[in-house]
Design a protein around this ligand. Structure first.
Ligand SMILES: Cc1ncc(COP(=O)(O)O)c(C=O)c1O
Length: 460
């Protein structure tokens, strides 16, 4: 391999790549220094839910920076902090009312897992410390959140440093790890993927388990995989029966991404803690956090001394919180969620039309404007790409050449095999812009499939 030479002062995400430099952005479009336009079909990292260039959010941030740019929440609070917490508390399920802010989703999940642990300690159960996550789940890249997640590619280089957390399979009905069909599971009212949690709890002993964490819809690792009916309710029951804190990671799915404020409500569950990020500030400032149930907060006050032994310098940063407040008001005033639901129907329809034309498009799934599809060498034979082909990244490169960017993912099925493309445009996208997104994806798939034919030719 040619030696990569560092040409500037930036520690790039990948030194073997050249990244376009974006000079400005407007609506669903990004523009680079050469004037090239990209349709941002992934809202960055599924964060820019309101699109780019919303001046009222920028102005709210500037106003707050002028008033008080930094306030340490260990000593003081701000009005915007209270206002945003109240808005989020009202959006959350009824029993979750207290909002704790962080800068990113990984920090939010670290906070949730630590709070669960403190909750048990305060109640005289210090031995409850193990976190259970799921294979193929993603909760962030800090060591704790990476330990809870189940992406083998991201975990592998750090295995020795990770915490000893446990994992169960994610429910991926289309490729069920138990080789069952969703129909059979529903008919028999038995979901082995949920029962696996109970089995693992029995094996380890509920007395040592602190929390279970999962995404309601698996985002980046599997490309918008929705769990079967009844799955999250059964998990809720199992957590209750075993005194385990149920953390639902809505960092990607929260703030309207799936058509409702939080995806949890579509599954009829009330988690003990919801973590959020990304869409809360629509990407305008680093902001994330957790919404905590009354039960946990009451315990902190009654069984502890009211002090959560945790905190970050930038928790509740006034400028970030001001961005969040302006974003939340924009979502509400512009009825953004109703646009999300309407355009979701249209995008699903256009994608299934495209699927008729492209043999590399496998199962299409998701909710709201969090939609993914599997990439296959040949759908009729359900043939997967060799991981070394880097199928999803190749397809996205073809899209970028043609002026759109998506969210490619690999290791979809078991951490090594499987590829998918995740589509998550700003929730403000219009029908015409969806038509443009589809036209570019169509051209990109055509170019991609030419590469696939060459690969098949080589193999035969
Ligand atoms: C579900 C989920 N949880 C947590 C995270 C981590 O968030 P952050 O990158 O802001 O730390 C992400 C990021 O993609 C995510 O999708």
């Amino acid at each position: 391999m040619e030696r990569v030479v560092a040409k500037d002062y930036v520690f790039h995400r990948d030194f073997s790549k050249q990244y376009p430099v974006i000079t400005h952005a407007e609506g669903v479009y990004l523009y680079d220094e050469h004037g090239k336009r990209y349709l941002d079909a992934s809202s960055g990292a599924i964060a820019a839910n309101l699109g780019h260039g919303v001046t009222e959010i920028a102005e709210a941030m500037a106003e707050q920076a002028k008033k008080a740019g930094f306030v340490h929440t260990l000593r003081f609070e701000t009005k915007v902090l209270h206002e945003l917490a109240a808005e989020i508390g009202k959006m959350a399920p009824p029993s979750l009312n207290r909002v704790y802010f962080t800068s990113g989703g990984s920090e939010a999940n670290e906070s949730a897992m630590k709070l669960a642990r403190q909750y048990h300690r305060d109640r005289g159960k210090p031995e409850k410390h193990v976190v259970i996550g799921r294979w193929q789940g993603y909760h962030g890249n800090t060591l704790g959140s990476l330990s809870a997640g189940g992406d083998s590619k991201r975990r592998k280089p750090y295995t020795a440093t990770l915490a000893k957390f446990e994992h169960i399979h994610s429910p991926y009905c289309h490729r069920c790890p138990y080789k069952r069909s969703e129909e059979i599971c529903q008919r028999e009212k038995l979901l082995p993927c949920a029962e696996e949690l109970e089995r693992l709890i029995k094996e380890i002993g509920p007395e040592s388990i602190s929390s279970f964490i999962c995404e309601p819809i698996v985002g980046s690792q599997q490309g918008a995989v929705v769990p079967p009916d009844g799955y999250l309710q059964r998990v809720r029951e199992i957590c209750d029966q075993n005194d385990i804190v149920f953390i639902v990671d809505e960092v990607m799915t929260g703030f309207g991404r799936t058509g409702t404020d939080f995806a949890s409500e579509q599954f009829g569950i009330q988690p003990d803690i919801i973590t959020f990020g990304k869409g809360v500030s629509a990407g305008y400032a680093p902001l994330a956090g957790m919404i905590v149930s009354d039960r946990i907060v009451d315990s902190l006050i009654e069984n502890g001394d009211g002090h959560f032994i945790h905190g970050y310098t930038f928790s509740g940063h006034p400028v970030s919180v001001a961005a969040g407040l302006a974003a939340v008001r924009y979502y509400q005033r512009e009825n953004v969620l109703s646009n999300c639901r309407e355009q979701s129907v249209y995008l699903f329809q256009r994608l299934s039309e495209l699927q008729q034309k492209h043999s590399s498009m496998g199962q299409i799934r998701g909710k709201g404007l969090l939609i993914g599809f599997e990439l296959l060498m040949d759908r009729s034979q359900d043939r997967m790409f060799p991981p070394s082909f880097g199928a999803a990244e190749r397809l996205n490169q073809e899209a970028i050449k043609r002026g759109a960017t998506f969210y490619p993912g690999s290791g979809t099925i078991d951490g090594t095999n499987g590829d998918h493309l995740l589509i998550g445009p700003p929730l403000t996208i219009t029908r015409d812009e969806i038509d443009e997104l589809i036209a570019i994806l169509d051209q990109a798939l055509t170019a991609f499939e030419l590469q696939v034919h060459k690969l098949i030719g080589k193999e035969e």
